[in-house]
Design a protein around this ligand. Structure first.
Ligand SMILES: Cc1cc2nc3c(=O)[nH]c(=O)nc-3n(C[C@H](O)[C@H](O)[C@H](O)COP(=O)(O)OP(=O)(O)OC[C@H]3O[C@@H](n4cnc5c(N)ncnc54)[C@H](O)[C@@H]3O)c2cc1C
Length: 428
């Protein structure tokens, strides 16, 4: 190693880790006293090497933690940074349970992903020996016509998914907890059910850490500088370097990527658990449910292990700034009021005392489709966000897709509808 090579140290390509390693070794073996500019350069290089990762994932929530897990399975050295300690109650993934439906109302392109996601959840269960999925089934109920139900039926037919049609009397006979008007109709998907979503995140975290991911919790990313061959990620305490970056910051994705001007809209949603002493509301006596009414949509879960019946309203929301969102359930009278009046109409025996209520955020895109793509200017940066209130069930397969985008530059799954350059997003 010539002094000239050492002097060039400060200018050495930031992301050539192997070359840096050689230089540091040369420095360590060097007997001469080096000029201070040179030793500073070497210190910088050592700092860089310590803080350099092949991949940095910004946001280790539902999708980010899954991505970390799949990268770790491929031996990729990965740093996950999260502003909190996932699973936590500040973003989009708290509340214990999420529905997974395979026949979806959001378009046929989601069905294959839902089926793959289910397979991956089942694998994760086996690997961790934890219960992550409860086969509650999901009953969709609607007044005679509903576009939600119509779309669900179409996708079930196209993919030959099991979906039983049930009239009001049949629903009540099978699940006496419901009170269903005669003109309503139901569709039961027995193979779908409930994901214990916080447990899912814990499982990905545990398995990722067992391999080689590094997770920094309570570490907010303040800025990211994209350069042609990598990125420089700054937190309050540190600067990190990566060859590739995945950004999946949930409700903060628009803020983290403010330069892109993505049309992402974070909104506040609420849900509550209600006391129900009657066994007809307990799993397995009650399935999960989704009601598509004329102007309102509600979903819910049976009482699982004494949790109470959980119910949430799907169509009502308040635009918020994720840094200022009120976590207070019952900040607005409708937080509890809407849920209670739904229960009184359709599950009257479950409209008991409120056990607990929570507020959570979803992040909407204008067309409610996800964004899963490369950054339009920096292909080594992947973006996953805008899950529009239906993303959790897919987070296993989305994590796998992101790992494929990082490792292979492409994925075997069809994500064309999630393109960042689609007209609905209208970014320049
Ligand atoms: C009430 C409610 C009900 C829902 N029901 C369903 C359902 O039944 N089925 C379904 O499939 N989906 C459902 N969803 C949607 C689903 O939960 C979300 O789509 C999913 O959790 C979003 O995952 P995410 O990874 O984008 O966000 P999160 O899981 O919130 O992860 C984002 C992470 O990024 C971190 N972060 C943000 N900014 C920074 C920063 N600057 N630096 C470091 N870290 C940062 C956050 O701390 C967070 O941990 C529901 C959502 C809500 C709110």
């Amino acid at each position: 190693m010539t002094p000239h090579a050492l002097l060039a140290f400060g200018q050495v390509r930031l992301f050539d880790k192997a070359l840096l390693l050689q230089l540091v070794m040369a420095y360590k073996g060097c007997q001469v006293i080096l000029p201070s500019t040179l030793s500073k350069g070497i210190e910088r290089a050592i700092y860089f090497m310590k803080n350099h990762y092949s991949v940095i994932v910004i946001g280790a929530g539902s999708v980010g933690m899954a991505a970390g897990y799949y990268l770790s399975k491929n031996g990729i050295d990965t740093l996950l940074l999260d502003a909190f300690d996932p699973p936590h109650g500040k973003g989009s993934h708290h509340g214990e349970t999420r529905l997974i439906r395979h026949a979806t109302a959001e378009g046929g392109h989601y069905v294959e992903l839902a089926l793959k996601a289910q397979e991956l959840w089942n694998q994760l269960e086996k690997e961790t020996n934890k219960t992550l999925f409860i086969p509650t089934g999901v009953l969709m109920v609607g007044e005679c016509y509903s576009s939600f139900i119509d779309e669900t039926l179409k996708s079930a037919k196209e993919y030959s998914l099991p979906l039983e049609t049930l009239h009001a009397a049949e629903i009540q006979k099978r699940w006496p907890g419901f009170s269903i008007p005669d003109h309503f109709v139901g569709y039961f998907e027995p193979s779908s059910g409930t994901l214990l979503n916080e447990e899912c995140i814990r499982a990905f975290r545990q398995e990722g850490l067992k391999r080689n991911i590094t997770l920094q919790t309570n570490t907010k990313v303040n800025s990211i500088d994209f350069v042609s061959s990598g990125a420089i990620v700054k937190t309050e305490e540190n600067t990190y370097y990566a060859d590739q970056v995945i950004i999946c910051a949930g409700a903060w994705t628009g803020k983290v990527l403010s330069s892109l001007g993505l049309p992402l809209e974070p909104v506040r949603k609420t849900f509550g658990w209600f006391e129900s002493n009657d066994s007809v509301f307990q799993y397995p006596m009650l399935p999960c449910f989704y009601f598509s009414l004329k102007d309102e949509r509600y979903y819910g879960f049976p009482d699982i292990n004494g949790s109470g019946v959980k119910v949430g309203r799907n169509d009502s929301e308040r635009k918020i700034d994720p840094d200022l969102m009120s976590q207070d359930f019952n900040k607005y009278p409708s937080d509890e009021g809407d849920l209670r009046s739904f229960l009184e109409r359709f599950l009257p025996g479950a409209a008991g005392k409120l056990k607990q209520g929570k507020a959570c955020m979803i992040t909407k895109t204008p067309d409610m489709d996800f964004i899963v793509d490369h950054h339009p200017k920096f292909p080594h940066v992947k973006i996953a966000g805008g899950f529009s209130g239906h993303g959790f069930k897919y987070s296993s397969v989305l994590g796998k897709i992101l790992s494929q985008l990082v490792i292979d530059g492409h994925t075997e799954y069809d994500i064309s509808k999630f393109s960042i350059s689609r007209p609905a997003l209208a970014i320049v």
